[in-house]
Ligand binder design. Sequence first.
Ligand code: 4AD
Ligand code: MG
Length: 480
Amino acid sequence: MIRNQTIVDILNEEPKHQELEVKGWVRSFRANRFIALNDGSTLKNLQCVVDFENMDADLLKRVTVGAAIAVTGGLVESQGSGQNVEIEVASIQILGDADPEDVKRTILQPKRHTLEKLREQAHLRVRTNTFGAIMRLRSQLAFAVHKYFNENGYYYVHTPVITGSDAEGAGEMFRVSALDPKNPPLVDGEIDYKQDFFGKETNLTVSGQLEAETYALGLGKVYTFGPTFRAENSNTSRHLAEFWMIEPEIAFCDLDGNMDLAEDFIKYVIKYVIENCQDDLEFLEGRQEQEDKSKPEAERSPMRLRDKLNFVLENNFKRVSYTEAIEILKNSKPNKKKKFKYIIEEWGADLQSEHERFLVEKHFKSPVILFDYPAKIKAFYMRLNEDQKTVRAMDILFPGIGEIVGGSQREERLDVLKQKMGELDIPEEELWWYLDTRKFGTCVHSGFGLGFERLVLFVTGMGNIRDVIPYPRTPQNAEF
Ligand code: 4AD
Ligand code: MG
């Protein structure tokens, strides 16, 4: 019996002339003899050698770049260099044609295409080596996330995608409504959301944190990993309107425990892909080196991709208070020479990505955990410190990325939390359920959010967040 196998498995087999069947897409067909077949299971192609003199010429004409085919034949030791095994083709079946004239106007055409061009054909880009590698890595990273939490006693909680509250209090939400936009019901000239589907205003979630907190205060250690949405009009290479966030939340854990967890977790998932995705990482490393050649010296990556990943594994993240960071920034060259767009004048200033990148890339040259931020620039739920002006917040900053994690110890004291909400005009009625958790067995607890695409950016060495998610959602763009 002939087995139908994936290429990743076939390439690990001993060549004993065993008969097999393999299906994939043609990457190239050289000299009417060598088909490079790829099925997505690995970066590597399987070489299928055709004895064209004994094959139907009309059939071979249909073996074109992009076509889907099934090949049967014996697995033999390869005569050529570049692969250990190859298939001696016995039969070919065309499963789906690809007209070469049509292929010419797509990115399937084998030549170098810009990343912008690939984005325009995001439905086809996964068939390129670069996007195959990125998306396999993304999948493996997601698996490693679940593996880590599962091995460490966390329960996976599915927090709602549609919510009635603004977890971050930043107001960057997409409204969810089933009302007729052309003719909504009005009361006193305003849209009457009481008549909407949920009987109130609802939106897509910006974070699962508040709901995750309620679950941590029952299950102990939980995490969420799901899509989150932000209607912030930031057209940058680090922002998406729809992104995936990982949010652990832990009862009886303070900020130090939270930092330890974040560091251990990040190191674990990076180690996992170093061990399990060698081919794809090697390919992306080469790609980055190639890209760097066309960049000015200052913009090149200071380390090779796998060296950079190993560096993160081998070094402790630097833990620095906001106050120390402000001193460093105030006295820094770019601040004194007014090279920063936003000059740091005094304590209390919000840090911009230029400041974060200076700290990580120029000053510490390592991942940094900044903690104890001014209360004024952070969200309402963060625990107030004894000094009454800072909160137990932490941000983790990564080279080339900037902020990758944002988290905190949560305010567990009902009176302090209520006072803070009052100051920020957050209605208690809206978060009555959240406040309940502070009434019934409240306790010290902490958590953080890690932007999954920022992690994928770091691990793949790509430069734009639009290239590490299958179908990016950004301002003015929701194609596909
Ligand atoms: O710092 P943020 O806004 O924190 C929260 O949402 C907390 N509720 C998390 C928590 O404590 N459970 O977002 C967390 C992380 C950021 O550090 C960043 O990595 C990522 O989410 N992120 C984005 N990633 C892509 N595009 C955007 N527009 C992002 N906004 C935040
Ligand atoms: Mg943040």
